[in-house]
Structure formats: C-alpha cells, structure tokens
Design a binder for this molecule. Structure first.
Ligand SMILES: [Zn+2]
Length: 307
C-alpha cells in the first residue's frame, strides 16, 4: 500500500507517537504499537528524511519505506491493508524510529501542527459516556457480526468470495471480520499453492514413470549387451586357441625348413662329391682308353698276319 499525506514536519523524528495516533486512529495505532513492543520492527536503513524497514508480523514479512519529501509524508508498505492514511506496519516503524531514550525525543516540537488541514486527525476515542453506552455499542457490533457470520460460513462452504464486511467502527468485532477475511485470503492462497503443488507432483510422477520405463529398457539392453559380451569372449577364447595352434604350426614349419636346409646342404655336398667322382671316372676312363687303343691295334695286326 502506498500513500501520501501533507505533513509540515521537517524531520521524521518530529513525528511523536501522539501525533501518529491522532492521524491513524486508536485501533491501528494499538496494532502498530503491539508490533513495535513485540520487537517485530527492523530498521534496515534510517535517517530523519527516510526510513527503510521490515516488519515481521503473524501474517508474514512486510517491507516499508517512509520518507518526508516536499512537505508530504510518503508511506509505502508491501502489505495489502486498506488502513488509512497508513497501515499498522508503518505505525510500528515510526514508533520504532521514535523509540524512547534516543536523542530524537529532544527535537519533539509542534506536536499537533505537523498534519495540515487536509488530513483530518482522528479524534482519540474519548472515554465512554457511560459503561451502558459502551456495552450497547459492543452488542450492536456483535449483532452485526453474528448476522454477517452465517453468510460468510455459507460462502466458505460454497467456496465463494466472502460477503462485504459489515459497516462498523474500528474495534474488536471489526478485527474479527478482518481476521476471517485474512484467513480466507490465506486459505485461498494455500489452496492455489496446493493445486500447483499437486499438478507439479503429478508431472513429476509421470516423469518418474518415464524414467522407470527407461531404466527397464536400459536393463534389457544391458542383459543383451552382456550376452553379446559373453559370446564375444567365447569367440576370443577360440581365437586365442587358433592363434596358439598357428604358432605351433609356425614353429613346426621353421623346424622343417631347418631340416630341409640340412638335407639340401647334404645333397649339394653329395652332388659335388658325385661330380668329383664323375670327373675322376672320366679321367680314368680316358686313360684306360688311351692305354687300351694301341694294344688292340697290335692285336689286329698280329691276327691279320696269322690269317
Ligand atoms: Zn503495512
């Protein structure tokens, strides 16, 4: 909620609690004071011109920025309150900034004159003229509330928006109505959140099912791959056996080659000896032939003479 009201104060420290109460009213001031006394206020950054703060209330954490600028008090709060001219959280922050015992008390001046005429200070609630009048007013408010309550319950049962809050002065009963409205808003938000979470859960469930299916497929593929691996391992073992056999055959071939070399060398050696023998035989034969030829000629002559 953002708001702007004319204000003649020069410094935020001049906004005394009485002045704050005079402009927001007793009920809002009371709630703001409760936040302040419960230590719900945290001043993030503050000086006499501007305050940045946080108020941690029962309905969540709200952020405020409050400033004096151009003769106006500018208030902004992240809450959804319609309290005027500013909400209970801003009241709590101003009270926190104006905490007793600080030097800011010394600058308290012109208490009732900071709000310009366009801002109507809320008249402090005067003591009741009589206890009977007060009781009568409270009974009237309770009656209005009890009239409103069945309609609200019916709307809750039908999941419809709550009926408009009945017109009544700020007080406990109005607080009850606002509490019911806030609870309804929170329930709605919770319900929306629940629906979103359920949708998300369903989506994640589907995703999980898909992942499970993929895992089953992977497991089947892994089984097939393992079977293929085992087949390949068997083939590899066979290959190793064949390789071993080939090695043996290679060694046998080398051995045979060595034997063949030995035989060849022996043959060459015997061939050479045979050649040598043949040439010797040839020489012997030639010699024999030379020796034998004249003898034969002599023999033929002798024989012819004999004839
Ligand atoms: Zn607020």
């Amino acid at each position: 909620m953002r708001n702007k009201i004319p204000c003649t104060a020069q410094k935020l420290s001049q906004l005394h609690p009485d002045m704050i109460q005079s402009v927001v009213g007793a009920q809002v001031f009371k709630l703001g004071h409760e936040y302040y006394t419960a230590n719900c206020v945290r001043l993030v950054d503050s000086d006499d011109a501007e305050i940045t703060s946080e108020v941690n209330g029962p309905f969540g954490l709200y952020e405020q920025s409050i400033a004096l600028k151009g003769g106006n008090l500018l208030t902004k709060c992240s809450c959804t309150s319609t309290e005027q001219p500013f909400c209970r959280h801003c009241v709590a922050v101003l009270l926190g900034y104006h905490s007793p015992g600080t030097a800011r008390d010394a600058v308290r001046t012109q208490e009732s004159s900071v709000w310009e005429e366009s801002v109507t200070p809320v008249t402090p609630i005067a003591p009741a003229a009589s206890s009977a009048t007060s009781l009568s007013a409270k009974l009237r408010e309770i009656t209005i509330f009890l009239d409103w309550l069945p309609q609200a319950v019916k709307c809750l049962q039908l999941d419809q928006d709550l009926p408009e809050a009945p017109p009544m002065d700020a007080g406990d009963v109005r607080g009850f109505v606002q509490s019911v409205q806030r609870l309804m808003t929170r329930w709605r938000l919770s319900e929306e959140r629940r629906i979103v979470l359920e949708a998300e859960l369903s989506s994640r469930d589907s995703h999980l099912n898909r992942l499970m299916k993929q895992m089953e497929d992977f497991a089947q593929e892994a089984d097939q791959a393992q079977a293929a691996c085992e087949g390949m391992q068997l083939a590899l073992t066979n290959c190793k056996g064949m390789q071993s056999r080939l090695s043996e055959i290679g060694r046998e071939r080398e051995r045979l080659e060595d034997q063949l070399k030995v035989v060849m060398e022996e043959l060459i050696r015997k061939g050479s000896a045979l050649n040598h023998f043949a040439s010797s035989f040839k020489e012997v034969s030639s010699t024999f032939h030379e020796v034998a030829t004249p003898s034969l000629q002599n023999s033929d002559t002798t024989h012819s003479h004999a004839v």
